[in-house]
Write a protein that binds this ligand. Structure first.
Ligand SMILES: [Zn+2]
Length: 249
């Protein structure tokens, strides 16, 4: 089912040349049927022979495990597009859902994944359960993975704020004197966007200066001060945005 479904559509692998160069991936691709049969039938059978309960092992280690792992995996295409929140985008139906993330090793933070699909993470907050991210990070520390991609923080922060704005715009449209509230909200939003852009472009320059070891240089001193000021202004605007959005929520 998994291998031959719409085989004609998936016979072209030209968009993943990097994977084609990976020996382990290609080995798995080449021996897929053998590996699938061995891992789903062979190993449970072997376990059953050692344990003395062949049927029990085939059912539990083989079939139940397969059913559970397939159903939770495909939750990503079904439940993770129906159930949960949309903190980053509403341009598709993908949702963030902590419970699904628990069942799917982190992939349940699917709203984030759909807008920032190049990012190796799904749950980007420290408290979000994303063992896949932890594994990839650990592999990179051990030298098994490299060039991990993460999305620019300014884009993430802007996406979050835009979703808050959208939600409140809908909500405020129904209250009396909505024009005043909406105007204030939109002003705060614009100011936040501007300060995010200012700060993060300054941060980029700061990183470049640090790379060139120019930060301590006399001419950079003024910029370092400006950078600190931008950070302060952004922090203030974040607080102000939080206040106004909490007030209208
Ligand atoms: Zn999806």
């Amino acid at each position: 089912m998994l291998r031959e479904h719409q085989a004609s559509r998936y016979s072209d692998y030209s968009n993943c040349r990097d994977l084609q160069k990976d020996k382990i991936v290609m080995w798995q691709h080449k021996h897929y049927v053998l590996l699938a049969v061995a891992s789903n039938f062979g190993f449970p059978l072997l376990f059953g022979l050692i344990h003395g309960d062949i049927w029990g092992a085939l059912l539990l280690v083989g079939i139940v495990r397969l059913v559970l792992s397939h159903h939770t995996t495909f939750f990503i295409n079904s439940l993770a597009h129906i159930w949960g929140s949309q903190p980053y985008t509403d341009k598709n139906t993908a949702r963030d859902n902590g419970f699904l993330a628990f069942l799917t090793f982190g992939e349940g933070y699917h709203n984030y994944h759909h807008i920032f699909e190049n990012d190796y993470r799904n749950g980007i907050r420290w408290w979000q359960f994303d063992p896949t991210k932890w594994l990839i990070k650990a592999c990179s520390l051990l030298g098994f993975a490299k060039n991990l991609r993460i999305s620019p923080e300014d884009r993430i922060e802007k996406a979050r704020a835009t979703m808050v704005l959208k939600r409140l715009q809908v909500k405020l449209a129904t209250v009396p004197n909505s024009t005043v509230c909406l105007e204030r909200l939109e002003e705060e939003y614009e100011a936040l966007m501007l300060k995010i852009s200012d700060y993060y472009s300054a941060q980029k320059r700061m990183i470049e200066l640090k790379k060139k070891r120019l930060v301590k240089h006399y001419e950079s001193f003024e910029f370092v001060q400006q950078y600190a000021e931008m950070k302060r202004l952004l922090d203030e605007q974040r607080k102000s945005w939080k206040m106004v959005t909490a007030q209208y929520a």
